[in-house]
Design a protein around this ligand. Structure first.
Ligand code: HEC
Ligand code: HEC
Ligand code: HEC
Length: 87
């Protein structure tokens, strides 16, 4: 059973159980995943579970709420369009 699940996981996601260090997003956003994970030391700041994984419904609304909210609160990280969007 385990083996079957492993094979399916590989097929479904080309083996990417780990996030890339930098995730390229829409409209020129380069999200430094590794740097965030290291600086924040808590995966559940963004993920529902401590082992991360796909974020349900990730997109513009999530980003503009979550990403900006934290940058504003911590007074670190960009809150203006150009700070996140290269284009
Ligand atoms: C500042 C927010 C943030 C933090 C902190 C963070 N992540 Fe992420 N992570 C993201 C975003 C955004 C994505 C990409 C969204 C998506 O694909 O659903 C992502 C994607 C991932 C993915 C790839 C999901 C997939 O299947 O494509 C994994 C695995 C992951 N994160 C694990 C972790 C782990 C483990 C930690 C803690 C060490 C962590 N993340 C911390 C925001 C974060
Ligand atoms: C829980 C807090 C938190 C969340 C959520 C968060 N960030 Fe950040 N972000 C930070 C902090 C803290 C820094 C500053 C890191 C530093 O200065 O070392 C930062 C810095 C940045 C920077 C500038 C740093 C660089 O070198 O690129 C970008 C761009 C950025 N964040 C994008 C995002 C995006 C996009 C998201 C959502 C997908 C996001 N952040 C979510 C805390 C957060
Ligand atoms: C903290 C970072 C951050 C800031 C600040 C920010 N954005 Fe975004 N924005 C994102 C992320 C991340 C996404 C989602 C990218 C994805 O879904 O791949 C996004 C998505 C979008 C989209 C949808 C793109 C698409 O093709 O679906 C638009 C339009 C957009 N942003 C415009 C803006 C404008 C205009 C501003 C300034 C008022 C702004 N953003 C500020 C991070 C940011």
């Amino acid at each position: 059973m385990k083996k079957i699940i492993a094979v399916l996981a590989v097929l479904a996601f080309a083996g990417s159980a780990f996030a890339a260090d930098v995730i390229e997003m829409k409209r020129g956003v380069s999200f430094k995943h590794k740097a965030h994970a290291e600086a924040l030391k808590d995966c559940t700041k963004c993920h529902a579970k401590a082992d991360g994984g796909k974020i349900e419904g990730f997109g513009k609304d999530f980003a503009h709420k979550k990403c900006k909210e934290c940058h504003t609160e911590m007074k670190k990280g960009p809150t203006n369009c150009k700070g996140c969007h290269a284009k």
